[in-house]
Every structure is written in C-alpha cells, then in structure tokens.
Design a protein. Sequence first.
Length: 123
Amino acid sequence: MHHIIPGLQLPILALVPILGHIFPVWLKFHGGKGVATSLGVVLALSPLLSLIGIIVWVLVVIATKRPAIASLSMMLIMLASSFYVADNLSLLLATIFIIVVATHHKNISNLLHGREPKISWNF
C-alpha cells in the first residue's frame, strides 16, 4: 500500500472539502470562494485558530463594511497565528490562503479600483 508523505495526509484531506466547495462538479466547477468552508475545516482542526479568525473577520467587516477585505484578513491572520498556535497547520493554511487569494481576484481588483460594494446595516 502506498502512503502519502508523512505530515501531508492532513493538509491534503483538509483541502478536499474546500476544493469541492470552490469547484463543485454539479455547478460545472463554478462555486463559492471557499472562505466559509475553510473556516469550518480550521474549526475542526484548531478551535483557537478559528476563534482568532472569526474575531478578525467581525472587527474588519465592522470597520470596513467590506466582507472581501474581512475574509482575506481573516485568512492571513489565521495563517500568521498558525505559526504560534498550531504550527502543524501552517502548510495547510498557507495553501488555503493562496487558494482564497486566487479565487478572490475579482474582489481584489474591485477593491483596488473602488468598486467593491459595502454591506449596509439595516436593523
């Protein structure tokens, strides 16, 4: 039986639901951007990292009213925090961060050109 390189089994398995969400077969490989699914994966592997991510997301979305900035900030802070909180997840989070940045290219372009919509608080 062939084995995956030790230490890579968890990151590879953790990427499966994220990639499945981003590229679902039944939607002709066009799906979400993977942030919520990534947060769910991180929650299962490190509740502390996910708590840090949620706090960052909430604070950034309150400050900027732009979920895309909040999502990218959350993923970046979870990646940076992983080196201190759960070093064994750093490779996984680096991979997820690259995927999230790649799938948010349109949002990033809109942010740079001032076209990314803000969310409104209508309570």
